[in-house]
Write a protein that binds this ligand. Sequence first.
Ligand code: ADP
Length: 398
Amino acid sequence: MKILVLNCGSSSLKYQLIDMETETVITKGTYERIGMNNSFITVKQDGEKIRIEHPVKNHEKALKFVFEDILMGEEHGKIRSLTEIDAIGHRIVHGGEKFKEAAIVTDEVIENIRDVIPLAPLHNPAAILGIEACRSVVPDMPMVVVFDTAFHQTMPKESYIYPLPYEFYEKYKVRKYGFHGTSHRYVSRRVAELMGKNVEDLKIVSCHLGQGASVCAIKDGKCVNTSMGLTPLGGIGMCARSGDLDPSVVTYLMENLNIGPKDMSDLLNKQSGILGVSGISNDFRDVEAAKDEGNERAILAIDMHNKIVAEYIARYMVSLQGLDVIVFTAGIGENQIRIRKGICENLKFLGVEVDDEKNNSRGEEVEISAPNSKVKVFVVPTDEEIMIARDTMNLIKK
Ligand code: ADP
């Protein structure tokens, strides 16, 4: 069985064609700048990276080009007919409270995704564009939607209700949703496999640290708490996002800078976090390099980041009533050796100990805790696409 996984942004389209017998990626690619006159696609397959300039007006044209000229194309083709693809799995950022798991695409499901556009104004419209493009280009292909928020729907109410007048939850659905759910679900299952245990028997804190970052507490295989909130701005401070603040900071700055919600949102989403504090970059590599040169704000930004992540881990020990294993994943979690070490140093008092030699690795599945560490620590590279493909396969088989 072959599944095509699609992840659509407002001007981009990422795809992976996955062979489900071996769970391997046959080919993958990214269409960028869709709708502009310099659109191009990058295809990665057979250890090669191919860039093709091909301007397209919209997602539908992009998808048509991917199917006809890339996947079935003479030069780079991997399939002979569209019937070789059994289904398409779409990544959707926000499923609101409606979706507790993946769903087969129907008109009603599309309407439900549309209903939560106010909660994900950049992401959900792009996903709908992708679904509609597929409906037009391959109308008979079964499709499934997999939500970033779904895994967090098991949170108990006391974890997701904000201390605000309750009517705002009822009227506007203001609550904590959580994101990166597919990634947290994947790494929690995988770390259990690596430990030779059932995920239901573990108390896990999963740290997805990328441009966007969130921490998730997982008990009995289910999410019981997570750091992102109504939107992916909440929780830990990130590369350029502020994470949680005293809410008065927002109103105070809006008044003092005389700016409206749009500018304030830009400030919090694009100019804050590690970038804001260090004044150097939103890439941890640059900030670490500056730290090595003794730059005080770089040191501050990194120390602050590591402490906040550690504090979240400790905080989630309350939600979990214990802790067996910490898992690091995503760009920073998988690659930044000193960040992992720095976070864990803050947790030394709990008996968390990192083995420096084992921690000296990038992008690999590895246990990095010392043999006598009271809490295990692992790195597990995330694979959201395989989770989407598995969900898609399971649903269409039903
Ligand atoms: P996104 O959330 O956009 O998918 P990533 O998960 O790729 O982001 O994370 C991006 C961050 O990961 C960068 O800021 C960088 O600090 C870090 N990173 C990514 N790749 C590497 C690498 N090979 N070595 C060190 N750091 C990396």
